[in-house]
Design a protein around this ligand. Sequence first.
Ligand SMILES: [Fe+2]
Ligand SMILES: [Fe+2]
Length: 179
Amino acid sequence: MDSGSLTVLVEAALGRSWGRDSSWHGEEHWRCVAATGLALAENLPSADRELVLCFGLLHDTRREHEWSDPEHGLRAERFANELQDEGLLALGDRRFALLATALRLHADGHVADDETTGACWDADRLHLPRVGIDPDPARLSTKVARGPVPLAAAAALRSAGAPGWTAHVTRVCSTTSAP
Ligand SMILES: [Fe+2]
Ligand SMILES: [Fe+2]
């Protein structure tokens, strides 16, 4: 997807998201997860940066409330399906399937072998301290997410505020040749 298509996707997803203003699971968190995922992906040669951006954008857009909401990953996958059906999420079947699985299972405690899913899930988990949870190192999929440095970087990002979506789109489009 080019930068214009990604910008249209971001606007559509934000406009139809649930809980955008939530301090725990809202847009600020989505931008943090996108930023951390992209930072991890820069050290993961096979990670698909565009999918990492889409994961950050969509993964918590279908929460019904702030507490345990075990179906929110499945609802996020369904939202992604809607966006695909409308032509707004044009990734191709293989890449869409990877994103859909990452969305559906992101809160189920799994680890991933592939670097794209690993970057997505690890980015979300590195921001668990915002809700008072220390990430379990055994639940981090990638080596680059382990240790004190990535956790400190995530904390610094939350303190400073994550970049906006335009910066994320520019970052992806300046570094990605989509696989
Ligand atoms: Fe989530
Ligand atoms: Fe999240």
